[in-house]
Design a protein. Structure first.
Length: 283
């Protein structure tokens, strides 16, 4: 991999930080003035990468099933078109919910649960944040007997064992935290998460979730073979199939190469950065 060439391309598109780790060891880094490996940065929609993994953990803990229907938790979703919406379809953005809920427009759980569908469940991929908020409402209901929020469960079950600290997480007006966006992490902490993903879900010698469960996060859908449960799959499928990545507005990215045990974190403030071009430079 040509890290210098990739960083040079990113540098022409407002690069703020680039950190590469292989087997958990730093092999390349470059930072703009005012940034280093420990500077917190907004992930924007890169935040979505936490929730498919959290759903798998909750499934393996017996809290839910990826293929259970939202209507099993909320009766208003048990009839009509919404009766066919599953948690998996929320996470892979094929639930039939229309576009919306991005940036500062993320609705609270109650408002998300009030949405009607725009498409048949499972037939159309529509990018947006509202499906993650519906999933959050379901997970919150499942966790209520334990006295946990979805975010507290994520930290306790996944992030804390990895030593992956979240600097801050934006709150909504009702005091809850959004799922599709809002996390601020340093490059080193997001890289710790990526290193864990690259190792098939093992933290040291203890798997936090099964390899099969992690693989489910990296499986595309009929409606969009290039998107899993919060992760994009390689835009260069014929050249580099073994890649998954999280992507956020402004050029935020977490690239994970499991076959290479390599993770790349990139932070920037760009409207012109292209993942495919970056990856071609890298290759």
């Amino acid at each position: 991999m040509n890290f210098e060439a990739a960083a040079d391309y990113a540098g022409r598109h407002a690069l703020e930080a680039m950190l590469v780790e292989r087997n958990g060891e730093t092999v390349f880094e470059r930072y703009a003035a005012g940034f280093d490996r420990d500077t917190p940065h907004a992930l924007y929609s890169g935040t979505k990468s936490f929730w498919g993994v959290t759903a798998v953990a909750a499934s393996e803990d017996g809290l839910l099933s990826l293929d259970e229907r939202v209507g099993e938790t909320f009766g208003a979703w048990s009839t009509g078109p919404r009766g066919d919406v599953t948690l998996r379809s929320l996470l892979n953005l094929t639930s039939g919910i229309g576009f919306g809920g991005l940036g500062n427009a993320v609705p609270a759980y109650a408002k998300a649960l009030a949405v009607e569908l725009r498409h048949e469940p499972g037939e159309t991929f529509t990018y947006g944040g509202i499906p993650l908020q519906v999933f959050g409402a379901v997970l919150a209901a499942k966790l209520a007997p334990r006295g946990l929020t979805p975010h507290a469960y994520l930290r306790e079950r996944i992030l804390d064992p990895l030593g992956c600290g979240v600097a801050t997480w934006r709150s909504l007006k009702d005091g809850t935290q959004p799922l599709p966006t809002g996390a601020f992490l340093s490059a080193s902490n997001w890289a710790a998460y990526g290193t864990w993903l690259a190792s098939a879900g093992r933290a040291g010698h203890k798997p936090l979730i099964s390899a099969a469960g992690l693989a489910a996060c990296f499986a595309g859908s009929h409606a969009n073979p290039r998107y899993g449960l919060g992760f994009w799959l390689s835009p260069l499928l014929t050249e580099l199939p073994a890649l998954v990545y999280a992507s956020g507005s402004g050029g935020q990215a977490l690239y994970v190469f499991p076959n290479e045990a390599t993770t790349i974190v990139k932070f920037s403030k760009s409207t012109s950065f292209a993942h495919a071009t970056f990856l071609r430079r890298l290759l």
